[in-house]
Ligand binder design. Structure first.
Ligand code: NAD
Length: 361
């Protein structure tokens, strides 16, 4: 298969971690007989330096021409970088917001996986984390409270603020379908999270999710109220496979879930649209404090590349091979500085990439 992949190395540690993910993709191509056709795209500070803006129309068009985009991270140190002297619409982050909008990326996926070998980094008790856990948080990204009408007005001399939470059935249906599709590739369980005991938008959410579930008889659906879900994530995280939820609930729950896994350097993510297209990136930022030192953890980016193979190219076997190789390096005791613990061997970014590529079977 020929994979047409846009590559945004970005800023800070971006180029270092993306280089390792590309190394692993090349190894996959070699072993499984694919070809990767990479298009280098500039975004963020790297684009400002060349074009004066964080994202050009040409780059958007080139990204749309690819099957998927793999990204490092963008941005710099807001206190010292000249990029932050520019007006907000010209700063690095504006490029990211624009590309998400241009590509209509409405579904955000964040896996939260606790590897047994890294359970020391997890703040939960050992009896809760024994054996690790593996869940996927699927968050609606372009609707709900963050995109509703808002205003602050004075009413009878009292300042009053309004934010509106709106979802229509089509917005719910398309994310629900995505959630069930992804559950079909996993352990076939969807936990739909809402606040249906209070909110109309949640009652519609629940109704539409149930309609969609009827098309996926193999998937078990359960509904959970968001306050209960926040508790269950720390009480019994193993119960979850796919958590499907709206924008604000997903924002909060995905951060909670990622905290219980330990390091930011391990957290992959994907943003998808209605086609197979997706933007794949680590959950962390450009880490200017460690950029150029060769010590950043490339695993989140490598696991993001695995998600790309699975969700944009349906190459499940190849994605599993990457996930197994990551598990293997951890089992063998190799660690980057952010996940280092006593008795393990510390390695840099490049060596970690070499080891994972070497374990691909
Ligand atoms: P950050 O995630 O870059 O860094 C937070 C801490 O985590 C730092 O100590 C950093 O060294 C560490 N860290 C992050 N990734 C790591 C990795 N792979 N390996 C080892 N350690 C890692 O967050 P920040 O400092 O708040 O933001 C820095 C810049 O990144 C800002 O310009 C911000 O806007 C940008 N940012 C970009 C994205 C994105 O590109 N999607 C996301 C978040 C932040």
């Amino acid at each position: 298969m020929n994979l047409k992949i846009g590559v945004i190395k970005g800023d800070g540690i971006g180029p270092e971690i993306v280089t390792e993910a590309v190394k692993v993709l090349d190894k996959i191509s070699e072993i499984y007989g694919h070809t990767c056709d990479y298009t280098q795209l500039l975004m963020g500070g790297a684009s400002i330096d060349v074009h004066g803006v964080p994202l050009t129309d040409d780059t958007v068009a080139e990204a749309k021409n690819c099957d998927a985009v793999l990204m490092g991270s963008i941005g710099g140190d807001a206190k010292t970088s000249p990029w932050y002297q520019l007006e907000p619409s010209k700063r690095p982050e504006a490029g990211l917001l624009r590309i998400r909008k241009e590509l209509n990326l409405f579904a955000n996926l964040r896996p939260a996986v606790l590897y047994d070998e890294l359970k020391g980094a997890c703040p939960l008790k050992e009896e809760i984390t024994a054996g690790g856990f593996d869940m996927m948080i699927m968050r609606e990204l372009t609707g709900g409270l963050y995109f509703g009408e808002r205003k602050t007005v004075s009413e009878d001399g009292v300042m009053t603020a309004y934010d509106s939470l709106t979802y229509n059935e089509n917005e719910i249906r398309r994310i629900a379908r995505r959630g069930f599709d992804i559950a079909m590739k996993r352990r076939k369980k969807v936990t739909s999270v809402d606040k249906a005991n209070v909110l109309d938008s949640s009652r519609l959410w629940r109704k539409v999710v149930e309609e969609v579930a009827a098309d996926y008889p193999e998937v078990t659906l359960e509904h959970m109220l968001v306050d209960n879900c926040a508790m269950q994530l720390v009480k019994d995280p193993k119960q979850f496979d796919v958590i499907l939820t709206e924008n604000m609930f997903g924002d909060i729950l995905s951060d909670e879930a990622s905290m219980v896994t330990g390091s930011i350097g391990m957290l992959a993510s994907a943003s998808l649209n209605e086609t197979k297209f997706g933007l794949y990136e680590p959950s962390g930022g450009s880490a200017p404090d460690i950029a150029g030192k060769g010590i950043a953890n490339p695993i989140a980016t490598i696991l993001s590349a695995a998600m790309m193979l699975k969700f944009s190219f349906d190459l499940d076997k190849e994605a599993d091979a990457i996930e197994r190789a990551v598990a293997k390096v951890l089992e063998e005791g190799y660690r980057t500085i952010d996940i280092m613990s006593d008795g393990k061997e510390q390695v840099g970014t490049e060596k970690m990439g070499d080891l994972i590529a070497g374990y691909i079977e």
